[in-house]
Each structure stands twice: as C-alpha cells, then as structure tokens.
Design a protein around this ligand. Structure first.
Ligand SMILES: Nc1ncnc2c1ncn2[C@@H]1O[C@H](COP(=O)(O)OP(=O)(O)OP(=O)(O)O)[C@@H](O)[C@H]1O
Length: 513
C-alpha cells in the first residue's frame, strides 16, 4: 500500500479537526477528539492542552490523551516556567528531542520518568491575534522521516483553530449568560416588588376609580395608554396591571422611549443580528422577544421617533418582529402598556405622533390626575411614606398638624415621587416628631394655592380640617368595604390597630350591615 506523504497526512488531520470543531458542543469535547486524532494519525501516545487560567495566573492541563489522572493534576505551570511556561510567555514553539536528559524540560508531570520509549516533545502556543490562550503539547516517537519543522507548522495551525474555537465558545457562553441574566432581571425586578392593588394608596374618587379600572383591564390583553404628569404613578400602575394579569409569571420590561437615542431604541426593541451595524459583534434579542408572553411598558411613548412609530404600529398589527439585519420574522405575544406625560392628542395634531398609532394604543385610556388635583390623598400618602421609610430606617416618626398643612398646600410639581422623596429625607434627617422648622423653605413658600385649596376642601382651620379629612376617609373606606374593618384598613394602608385607634379617636359609628 502506497504510504501517504507526511504533508497529505497533515491535510487529513486538519480536515478531521475542523469537522470536529464544527460539530462538538463544548471546547473540552472537541479537544479530547483532537488529541485522539493526533494519536491515530501520528502515533503520538501522549498529548495535552494546557489553558491559561486568569484567576490563578497558571497554565493548567485542561484535556489530555495517554496521561494518568495524577500526571494531569501535576500539570500546573507558571507563566515562563520551564519549557511549557516559556512557550506560552514568549509565544514561540519548541521541540525537545530528549525529554529524559534535557534540563530545560522540568518534567513536572513526571511523564518522562515512566515512558520507556524515546519521545520527542513538540509544543506550540495557542493564540489568536494578540490573545494568548495556552499551549498544545504532543509527545511523539522519534522518526527519521518526520520533519519536526513541518510538524510544528501543522500543530500551530491546529492551535490557531483551537484558539478560534475557544473564542467562539466564550462568546456563545457570554451571549447565553447575557440572555439568561436579562430574562432573570426582568422577572426578578417584578417579583421583588410584589405589587398589589393595595399598594396604590389614595382615597380620592380618582384613585378609587383607577383601581376599579385596573382590575378590569388586568383581565384583558388590551393595549393601555396611561397618561399623567411625571411622578403620578404611571409606572406603578403599569406594573400592577401586569402583576394582576394572567401574564404575571412572564417577564415585564420597561423601555423609556425618551431616554434612549433613536438607533439604540430600535435595537433595544427589536434586537439585532451579528454584523447588522458596526459594533454588532454578536446577536442580541430585543425587548419584544425577551418579554414574549409578558408585558412591555413603553414609557414616554410621546417621545418615540416617527420612524419607530411606524415599526411599532406594524408590530401591533402583525404581532411579529424581525431583528435588525435579518429578514426572518419572529412571532411574538407581548402586551403593550404605554404611558406619556405629554398631551398626546396635541402631538397628533402637530404631526409629531401618528394618528393611527394613537388609536391603536389608546384602546383603554387611563388618566392619573396630578397630586394637586387630589389633595385629599396627601395625608394618607404622607402617613404611608412615614411608615414605609420608618420601617426602612428603623424610626417611628410623625408630622404635626402645621407641617401637614404645609404639605397639603404645596403644589407638588414632581407629584408623588417628590412627596415620597421629601418624606424619606425628613425621616433620615430627623429623630423626633416633624415640625415646620424641619421642612425645606421652598415647601413653605409655595402658598400660591393655599386659598384655592382651602376653598376646595372647604376649611379655614387647617389642623382640625386635616382631622376631618381623615375622619371622612375612614368613614368612606368603611362604607366601601361594608364595614369590614380588615378590608377598610387595607384600603387605607393602616394596620387594624391603627384603624381602631382612629375609629375611637373620631368616634366613628360602625354600622352592622
Ligand atoms: N398611589 C400611589 N401610592 C403609593 N405610591 C405611589 C403612588 N403613585 C406613585 N407612587 C410612587 O411614586 C413614585 C413615582 O411613581 P412612578 O414612577 O410610577 O411615576 P411615573 O408617573 O411613572 O413617573 P415618570 O413619568 O417620571 O416615569 C414611585 O416610587 C411609586 O411607587
């Protein structure tokens, strides 16, 4: 039988190795097969791959052929140590003809001691571009016909293939982790919140009606458009609808359409294929795909660029998307809840917002009035935040009546977010009952609305009026809940003890229905 030339043999090895690299599911599986090939084509009885481990700053044998477990465990080499460490450090291949006597060969694995044949050691660095990954080492029987120069070239080609494959697996792993983390984040963000309808605090008719609407809307899959000034609770309401819906165990994600530049917003929503644009070094799923089965909250939708509005309209109509740089369509099942603090009808009339998209998202409109339009919610919200932050900072503080009067008077341009932040600051800064002196000046200066409010709520003596508002709130809550104290307490955000205390204080009669 005609003997195949050594060079033909090399070609066969490279062909076999590239087939393996494209088929195996992990780098280690592929390395195992490559070392087996070297044995069958070259009669190399021992071989291994040592990869560099950043954490320990050592090279370690990752996969081997013809070695005992003990030998493998001894295979730890420092950068620059012995022949293997030097190949890695200097990125230069090496051939050692007599491993038993050559002092450069440190024999850390103790292989040289146990082999009875004369073996030549060939080692090449595994590197791609400027990145070094490790060393590929082969022990081969001495053979006069064998050109070690050619062998080193062939091994260097294999090492490059191994390096490229390692990079590919690393990138795939990174991508997989990214997707996993992103999905988990979306799910855990919400489960941590554990939002319930009772966390929407307020006794005004506006809030009571909103809660009723939320319950109805949650049972459907309709698109919702929430309007209201910044800080009025649009995001809280979107999350509550999701949490009360059948989609509650699926992801919920928020995209703020005003905060992200146009091209980034598009890739965030739709995802992209590798190479779709410069910088797209790997595939990425968009929020539509990541929230499949769940809810996507498009905050500040009024700021969405017109070009994307057209794409969003298509998604809402066809229920499918395609990633940037791909023709392939992917079906998605995502509920859209949108929100805006802008006058969206005005944006439509100005041509800044598509009319067709407006009708498409405005299936169920929910409007949240500003806090200054529902002053009656302020005392209960103050109480709620005092308790919330009191628990967090382990302080039980209250506000006196003149302070409450100022808080009710203030116009709260930042709405509930501003009130919440104010109370948190007060709790952090104070250790006793909060009085007007503890308030920042701008809260006290804002008396513009005082008269209007006094007229609206109908009182002149503020402290006693606060009490009468509270009494009224309790009476309303009791009435609404059929005089079931536990339900009324929940509605008001009180404990039953706190409710009982106030029922006594205001001498409220409990009706037996
Ligand atoms: N009715 C409410 N009861 C209790 N907390 C509320 C209520 N409404 C809003 N909050 C709280 O106020 C803060 C601001 O609310 P949220 O972020 O939902 O407002 P937003 O309208 O979405 O604001 P933006 O328009 O700036 O995004 C949050 O911490 C939220 O939990």
């Amino acid at each position: 039988m005609a003997r195949i030339s050594i060079k033909e043999g090399y070609l066969s090895i490279i062909h076999e190795v590239s087939k393996i690299l494209s088929k195996k599911n992990s780098l280690n599986e592929a390395l195992k097969e490559i070392l087996k090939i070297l044995y069958s084509y070259w009669d190399a009885p021992i071989s291994f791959v040592a990869l560099y481990d950043e954490q320990s700053a050592n090279l370690r044998i990752t996969e081997s052929f013809g070695m005992t477990k003990k030998e493998v465990s001894r295979g730890i080499f420092k950068k620059g140590e012995g022949i293997i460490g030097s190949i890695f450090k200097n990125e230069i291949p090496a051939v050692i003809y007599d491993i038993k006597t050559n002092p450069k060969y440190l024999n850390k694995t103790k292989i040289a001691k146990r082999v009875d044949r004369e073996l030549v050691f060939l080692g090449v660095p595994i590197k791609v571009g400027g990145e070094k990954f490790g060393v590929l080492c082969v022990y081969k029987e001495k053979d006069r016909e064998f050109s070690h120069d050619d062998a080193v070239k062939m091994l260097s080609t294999l090492a490059t293939l191994i390096g490229l494959t390692k990079k590919m697996y690393e990138r795939m792993e990174e991508e997989r982790k990214y997707w996993e983390e992103e999905k988990e984040l979306l799910l855990s963000n919400l489960s941590k919140d554990s939002i319930a309808l009772n966390d929407i605090i307020g006794v005004s008719d506006a809030i009571s009606n909103l809660k009723k609407m939320i319950l109805k809307v949650a049972a459907t899959d309709s698109t919702v458009l929430i309007t209201g000034e910044s800080g009025t609770g649009k995001s809280l309401i979107a999350k509550t609808i999701h949490k009360l819906s059948l989609r509650k165990n699926k992801p919920f994600a928020t995209i703020n359409c005003a905060a992200i530049p146009e091209n980034l917003l598009e890739s965030e929503l739709f995802g992209y294929e590798k190479g779709a644009f410069s910088g797209a070094i790997s595939r990425k799923k968009g929020k539509f795909e990541l929230t499949d089965g769940g809810t996507l909250f498009l905050d500040e939708i009024g700021d969405m660029p017109l070009s994307l509005q057209a794409k969003l309209l298509n998604v809402l109509q066809d229920k499918e998307i395609s990633r940037l740089g791909s023709e392939q369509t992917i079906s998605i099942d995502v509920r859209i809840i949108a929100a805006t603090n802008k006058d969206i009808k005005k944006l439509v009339s100005l041509g800044h917002f598509r009319e067709d998209l407006f009708y498409r998202i405005n299936v169920i409109p929910l409007h949240i009035p500003s806090l200054r339009e529902r002053k009656e919610d302020i005392p209960i919200l103050v109480d709620y935040f005092l308790r919330k932050f009191g628990e967090r900072y382990k302080k039980r503080l209250s506000v006196d009546n003149p302070t409450m009067k100022i808080l009710i008077n203030y116009r709260w341009p930042g709405n509930i977010r501003e009130l919440e932040n104010t109370i948190e600051r007060l709790i952090v800064m104070n250790d006793k009952r909060i009085t007007p002196e503890d308030l920042p000046d701008y809260l006290k200066e804002d008396i513009e609305f005082e008269k209007e409010i006094t007229d609206k709520v109908g009182f002149s003596d503020m402290p006693s009026t606060i009490e009468s508002i509270e009494k009224q709130q309790i009476q309303d809550a009791l009435k609404k809940t059929g005089y079931v104290k536990s339900k009324a307490a929940r509605l008001l955000g009180y404990t039953i003890r706190q409710l009982d205390y106030r029922i006594k204080k205001y001498d409220i009669k409990i009706q037996k229905l």
